[in-house]
Design a protein. Structure first.
Length: 133
């Protein structure tokens, strides 16, 4: 199915990272717990419970949810971790893990700014949120 393929493609992209993506990803989100989570929904900035097991799955689970823009609507807005979700999506877009259209589609569906300037703004807001934790 397309979600599984996208999940695995994100693993491949992540494996080829020279460090810039990983450093920025870690700066906008909580560290995965290095254990398989028992919850299945999105929570605490993770796209899906499985993503909280390690950074590789955190990145990959964002990829498999890209094909479900409705998945993000209540996560990127009116959510305690909304800045983390927006920041991670912005990092994925900035580093070409997701396309411009995918990023814009998610932001527009939630009635959020989808301009090019929003990318860096979302990253900065997520970093500030994580530093305050």
């Amino acid at each position: 199915n397309p979600e599984t393929i996208r999940h695995e493609i994100n693993h491949v992209y992540h494996f080829t990272d020279k460090g810039d993506f990983t450093r920025e990803w870690e700066s906008v989100g909580l560290s995965p717990r290095n254990q398989l989570s028992t919850w299945s929904g999105a929570n605490n900035g993770f796209a899906w419970g499985y993503g909280s097991s390690n950074i590789m799955e955190d990145v990959a689970t964002y990829g498999d949810k890209i094909y479900s823009p409705n998945h993000w609507t209540n996560l990127v807005k009116n959510n305690p971790y909304e800045s983390v979700y927006r920041g991670k999506l912005a990092v994925l877009y900035k580093h070409d893990f997701i396309s411009q259209n995918e990023y814009y589609s998610i932001m527009k569906r939630a009635n959020l700014d989808s301009s090019p300037a929003s990318v860096q703004k979302n990253i900065i807001e997520a970093q500030a949120f994580i530093r305050s934790r």
